[in-house]
Write a protein that binds this ligand. Structure first.
Ligand code: SAH
Length: 465
């Protein structure tokens, strides 16, 4: 089984430093299940490829098998060739330091996203190409997958469950390795080792920073833990409690209510939603990104000039509340067809959300970690790129005027930051420049002469090419 990692970063041979494997010196290690080799079929300034090849010893495997009768068949059939959890173990064995994000010689480069490509010529994939895409595309990769015939000599036999897969993206080497490490056995829907509590630790440590917000995190956890429900439940609970992703359900639930209590005297939220509605009028197909409990959706739904309305949120509990608010299960089909709720994350590219006329992002950015704003920006303005984006966020200057809000605190504990008018305009102006939009600003709520309004809105319009 083989994994090839290629970069076109310049000089490409730096890949050797990142992987801690010298391009000039092939390396080989015995593992309990066969020999692992790393070598470089190409190592130039422009392009460099490292290959990890694992020579599985099927006989040894069968001999050493530990009481799992189902293994025998699989091992003898496909284990030597098809990427599986053995390959993940080999990744950890050969590229462990790189997967941890460390590089002695090139520490800065290890921390930087660079153009990377990974190819696995024989990748078992239970769930087909669409599942493969659902795993890697939200992580920002371009996926190329060719389904392999069952037997090249007998094309009539049809397709196999194996793919020749190549993924490409601008990512850190550590991220690429962690993604592959966890997702190969998930695709295979199989683990060669006994899965217990230890596997939860692996899942959480290698999934740090991306798994908690991955739209398929539930399926990933279940498959990774060999569908042992109690383990999966435990892992999911810990995933949502992970530091870098506060429980999205819990924080979303509180987000509206606590903020509303503080802002109540001026009933700001209602005002804001009406103003957003006004700003996206004219569009036919719209998405509400971070739709929460669906208050904007409700408003838009009553306006028949919108033909298709989609709400997306990372919190399933919020989506369920939105579905109840919109009474989705009792609507006539004509209405139900106009509105759709999607579970997803604003931090990952999502093809389902491309091609819409307008997007609303209401009181959401301030819930994102500042280090994730760049991903958010690309997802919305580079990939979804609707003609219009209407985005609101609190105006931090105005907090001084809220009687119940202690000084120097945010309106909600899940806010990662609150921007002054200047900070917001700088950010939005730079985003507009980078992606070919014009941007205008509106105050939301009663205007204070010195401090501005409680909330601020940016309206981005894509420039005609
Ligand atoms: N737009 C709604 C809700 C605002 S509260 C309204 O104005 O009423 C912020 C919302 O952003 C929450 O529902 C939260 O679940 C959602 N959110 C936070 N991070 C997200 C992410 N990465 N992707 C999608 N939604 C996210």
């Amino acid at each position: 089984m083989v994994l090839a990692i290629t970069t076109t970063h310049h000089p490409a041979t730096d890949l050797g430093y990142l992987l801690h494997k010298n391009p000039a010196r092939p390396q080989s290690t015995e593992t309990p299940f066969g020999r692992a080799n790393v070598y470089y079929p190409e190592a130039g300034e422009e392009r460099c490829t490292a290959v990890l090849a694992l020579e599985i010893d099927p006989i040894g495997l069968v001999r050493n098998r530990r009481g799992d009768a189902g293994l025998f068949d699989q091992y003898v059939n496909d284990r030597p060739y098809a990427a599986s959890s053995f390959l993940s173990s080999a990744i950890a064995e050969m590229f462990g330091t790189a997967m941890g994000g460390r590089s002695k010689e090139r520490p800065d480069l290890a921390a930087k996203p660079i153009p990377l490509q990974a190819r696995i010529p024989v990748l078992p994939c239970r769930g087909g190409e669409s599942f493969l895409r659902r795993l890697f595309e939200p992580l920002g990769y371009e996926v190329e997958a060719t389904q392999l015939p069952l037997d090249e000599n007998f094309p009539d036999w049809g397709e196999s469950a194996y793919f020749d897969m190549t993924i490409r993206g601008e990512v850190r080497v550590s991220e690429l390795l962690s993604h592959l490490y966890l997702l190969i056995p998930v695709l295979d829907d199989y683990q060669h080792y006994w899965v217990g509590e230890g596997a939860i630790e692996k899942l959480l440590s290698k999934g740090k920073g991306w798994l908690p917000t991955h739209p398929e995190r539930e399926e990933i956890a279940e498959r990774y833990l060999r569908r042992q429900k109690p383990l999966a439940r435990k892992a999911l609970a810990r995933l949502s409690a992970a530091d870098d992703a506060p429980d999205p359900d819990e924080s979303a639930q509180e987000a509206s209510s606590e903020e509303e209590r503080i802002e109540k005297p001026i009933s700001l939220h209602e005002l804001r939603l009406r103003q957003v509605h006004e700003a996206i009028k004219g569009a036919k197909r719209v998405v509400d990104l971070g739709c929460g409990e669906g208050r904007l959706l409700q408003l838009l739904m009553r306006d028949m000039s919108f033909e298709e309305i989609v709400g997306m949120d990372v919190s399933i509990a919020s989506l369920e509340r939105a579905a109840r608010r919109l009474k989705l299960d009792s609507q006539p089909e004509r209405v139900a067809n106009r509105i759709k709720l999607l579970h997803g994350s604003l931090l990952y590219r999502d093809r389902r959300l491309e091609g819409y006329d307008a997007a609303a992002v209401v009181e959401v950015v301030e819930h994102l970690d500042p280090s994730r704003l760049a991903s958010f920006e690309r997802v919305v303005f580079e990939f979804m790129k609707p003609n219009k984006v209407v985005l609101t966020t609190p105006n931090q200057e105005y907090n001084a005027l809220f009687p119940t809000l202690p000084a120097a605190s945010f309106r909600h504990k899940d806010h990662r930051f609150e921007w002054t008018r200047r900070e917001f305009e700088d950010w939005a102006g730079a985003v507009a420049d980078r992606h070919g939009y014009d941007v205008a600003f509106e105050a939301v709520g009663p205007l204070d002469e010195n401090l501005g309004a409680p909330s601020q809105m940016a309206i981005f319009n894509r420039r005609a090419k």
